[in-house]
Design a protein around this ligand. Structure first.
Ligand SMILES: Nc1ncnc2c1ncn2[C@@H]1O[C@H](COP(=O)(O)OP(=O)(O)OP(=O)(O)O)[C@@H](O)[C@H]1O
Ligand SMILES: [Mg+2]
Length: 364
């Protein structure tokens, strides 16, 4: 059954791009690290794209960053991706895992309630009670599976886990083995196969990366993922991603070009606190990331199509930003209102005019 037939909302990268991975594997003659499905060069092309060979660009950013990430993963250090929310850290880690291991689903979601069980292994309690600890009763978690199969394991938002839980990674990453003391004989120890490594992500806004112990930091190489600096690149990404998401939502009409230009400009100005013409203005405290711009563009298209059967209009930007971008800071709503009242009227063009006139659609 193909991915489309199954109607899965978001298949993992290795399923979405199965044909590209297959083509890259077929033509890949370069040396590759043991346990890897692709060479570093082919993995980079999978992630950053290669137009001449029909490989789409998936992560927009510095290919040198991607190279450094791949090199780290071919050593005995883990990779830690840090950066502002919505800068595609999770996307990049998914793409890297799909390229190296052909599997991006060995993922641990870090949070306040994450336990060692969810990282290493747990037990099927019915079997445990009936037969005692046996390999059959063992329920492997991503780390055990990744070590046993030689795969990349992803650890999302690692700094949101309690410190003592993070610390259970220390011995895994240095000894490259996982002990299961309840079992006897060879089953009591899993040694990591070639190809195993860990990609962790952490968000610099939520809770600092400072929360990680120095001992654990030493076992990772840190790479920072920055927001997209250039307008044209961000604009193209938002347009393409929004078009893809709208198609998946059953919306045939993509937002008009001029509306998208204004949307991306608005996000960039509110993110940086500087207008296109260089004037200082208020920055929003909510993260106005590229990911948020994509989700506003998606919501605008859905709104216009399913409510009116048409294309998004400038007023939809205001209506959608209220909930999608301005989260829980009342002050941000004031900042956005001030932007619409003071900055927008200075700009020229039909879309900007309509955007300013729609300011009453802001909630509150
Ligand atoms: N440089 C980029 N390349 C490709 N897509 C990007 C980029 N920046 C943002 N995006 C968009 O943002 C989405 C990725 O967001 P993702 O969840 O990976 O970010 P994140 O950094 O993990 O955020 P968080 O810190 O909130 O977890 C992508 O699906 C894409 O639409
Ligand atoms: Mg993330």
């Amino acid at each position: 059954m193909s991915v489309e037939d199954q109607q899965i909302q978001r298949p993992p990268a290795e399923a979405r791009f199965a044909a590209e991975l297959e083509a890259l594997r077929r033509d890949d003659n370069a040396a590759r690290p043991p346990g890897w499905a692709l060479s570093l060069e082919a993995a980079r092309r999978f992630i950053c794209g290669d137009e001449a060979h029909g490989i789409s660009a998936k992560f927009v950013g510095d290919p040198a960053l991607v190279d450094r990430c791949l090199v780290t993963l071919a050593t005995s250090r883990g990779l830690m991706l840090i950066g502002e929310p919505g800068t595609a850290k999770s996307l990049l880690s998914e793409l890297i895992a799909a390229a190296i291991s052909g599997d991006s689903t060995l993922t641990i979601q870090g949070g306040a309630a994450t336990t060692e069980d969810q990282i290493k292994y747990s037990w099927n309690y019915a079997m445990l009670v009936a037969d005692g600890p046996t390999p059959r009763a063992l329920v492997p978690a991503p780390m055990l599976t990744g070590m046993g199969r030689g795969r990349i394991v992803r650890f999302e938002e690692i700094t949101r886990c309690p410190l003592e839980v993070q610390d259970c990674l220390l011995s895994l990453l240095s000894e490259r083995s996982l002990a299961i003391p309840e079992l006897n004989g060879p089953d009591s120890m899993t040694f990591a196969r070639q190809g195993f490594n860990v990609i962790a992500t952490a968000n610099t806004r939520d809770r600092g990366v400072n929360e990680m112990s120095a001992a654990l930091k030493r076992r990772f190489n840190f790479e920072t993922v920055f927001p997209i600096a250039d307008f044209d690149t961000e604009y193209r990404l938002v347009v393409d991603e929004a078009a893809r998401l709208l198609r998946e939502s059953g919306v045939p009409a993509a937002p008009p070009r001029d509306v998208m230009e204004v949307l991306v400009t608005t996000f960039r100005e509110l993110r940086t606190g500087r207008t296109e013409s260089g004037d200082a203005m208020d920055r929003m405290s909510t993260v106005m990331s590229t990911a948020e711009a994509v989700s506003v563009a998606h919501a605008m298209g859905v709104r216009a199509w399913f409510l009116r059967g048409g294309e998004p209009e400038p007023a939809d930007i205001v209506a959608t930003m209220g909930g999608a971008a301005v989260k829980d800071d009342a002050e941000d709503l004031t900042r956005l209102r001030r932007y619409l009242e003071q900055q927008v009227p200075r700009k020229r063009g039909r879309v900007w005019l309509a955007l300013g006139e729609a300011r009453d659609l802001l909630p509150g």
